[in-house]
Each structure stands twice: as structure tokens, then as C-alpha cells.
Write a protein that binds this ligand. Sequence first.
Ligand code: NAP
Length: 278
Amino acid sequence: MSSSKILLITGVSSGFGRALAEEALADGHRVVGTVRSADAKATFEALSSTGAAIARLLDVTDFDAIDGVVAEVEQTVGPVDVLVNNAGYGHEGILEESPLSEMRRQFDVNVFGAVAMIKAVLPFMRARRRGHILNITSMGGYITMPGISYYCGSKFALEGISEALGKEVAPFGIAVTAVAPGSFRTDWAGRSMVRSARSIGDYDALFDPIRQAREKKSGKQLGDPRKAARAMLTAIAADKPPAHLLLGSDALGLVKSELTALVQEIGAWEAVTLSTDG
Ligand code: NAP
């Protein structure tokens, strides 16, 4: 067992959050997990017979509540060594068909919620001159596909925020890791996904097969959340945690292809790019 830490993980009712909490508890860490119902709170706290699983009720879009919850955790549980911004969901829908309100909600949860958590935890970590923040992004923070533009936008945003933040807080001994999983067997594409209604027939040929394939694949994805949790614990235990960590062979293959294509396109347009100096 590595030295015992306190992890604060958002969204521990299922999926990655639950798996990471369980693996961290098994390693002897204490875990404060956020949930959104009294039932989920009781279920989570029952994971430990020694009181090491501590739940707090919080919706990460309840921005006014976040500072208070974090301050209370620091006071009553102890110093948060690791913040894991895991809470999030996928919005699926063709951009032209999906209301702006759904984009706002997607960014409120996946981006603003994570940033609000970071802002609440940073003063404590900065005062201690140590800490680690993990932001669960996605391979959709590097690669895109039609039908999840709002989701990819939110994950690109969190990737960029993570990387810039890491440069701001490194002098204080605080590490920031953006963890980008491929497809994993969680509730992401099942109960958690928000699917916009279809309204424009022009997109049927492109999008209907994508929506059907995602529904069919839900629960049968390649990635095992428990193995993702072990990988995250490896990053948490590292002396120099990475700024970016991909999880899964699908993420590795797709992101590498995307980066290669990006370099090729930049090269193909280099003369135009260089024509603007002076
Ligand atoms: P999941 O099983 O659906 O878990 C999502 C968790 O986030 C649940 O605990 C959920 O709580 C919580 N949550 C959602 N909205 C919230 C809010 N407004 N406030 C507080 N908690 C909220 O799916 P998951 O795959 O583990 O998702 C975790 C993260 O991984 C997400 O950020 C997701 O985008 C990312 N991700 C997933 C995959 C994948 O293939 N599974 C791939 C890449 C990235 P409730 O139970 O109350 O809804």
C-alpha cells in the first residue's frame, strides 16, 4: 500500500468514480465521494466498515454550494490530497438539432462544475504546497465524431484548461492530470446519456447508424473501469504525474491517428500559414 491519502472524487455512484473509489479504498486511502441522492450516499458509505468511504451530497452545477462543501470536508475529514473531477455525462445530438440549453447544461456539468471544484480546492492545496488534480476528460477531448459536438467541445475545453492550469500551479507542487479514456463499460452511453430528439431528415443517413451503434455497444465497450481505476492510482502514486494520460487501446490508436493527420494538414498548408508574418 502506498501512503494513505484523502481523495475527493465527484460522481461516485457508478462508472469510473465508483471503480476508482473502490480501488482507492482497497489500497487504504480515504475517499470522499460526491453523490446526488440520500440512497446513493448510504450505498457509498456502506463500502467501508471503517468509515473510510465518506459521501457528500452535491450536484456540481450547484456552484454556490461547492466552496462550503470543500471547506467542510477539509475541516471535518482532513486535507484533500487528490481531487478527481469525474462527474460528467455525454450529450448526443446533431448540432443543428440540439438546443443551446443542452450545450449550456453540458458545459455547466463537464466544464464549469470541474472548474468550480478546482477553485474551491486550490487555496488549500496551494497553502500546503502539494496536491494532485485529475480531470476526467475523454478521447473526445482530442478526436471528434459527428453527433457529439457539445460533448467533444466540453472535453476539449477541459483538456485545455487542465494543461494551462498545470503550468500555473506546478510552482506550488500541485500536479494536474487530464485523464482521457476511450470507450469503457460504465453508464455513460446508457442511463446517463442525454440524447437530443431528431428533427432534420437531412442528417438521417449520417447520424442514425451512429446513434444505433452507440446504443447497441452500451455495456459491451472494450474498457474495464476497474483497470482504468488502477491506471489512475498509478498516476496518483507517481513522483511526476503526466499532464495527459490516455486510457485504452482505442484511445491510443484514434488519438495517434488524429495527431498524425493534424501534423500532415498543418504541413500541407504551411506556405499559407507562413504568408501572414511581417
Ligand atoms: P457514469 O457511470 O454515468 O457516471 C457518471 C457519474 O457522474 C455518476 O456518478 C453521476 O451521478 C455523476 N454526475 C453526472 N452529472 C452530475 C452532476 N451534475 N453533479 C454531480 N454528479 C454528476 O459514467 P462514467 O463513464 O463513469 O462517467 C465519468 C466521467 O468519465 C464523465 O466525465 C465522462 O464524460 C467520462 N468518460 C467516460 C467514458 C466512457 O466510455 N465511459 C469515456 C471517456 C470519458 P448520478 O448517478 O447522480 O447521475
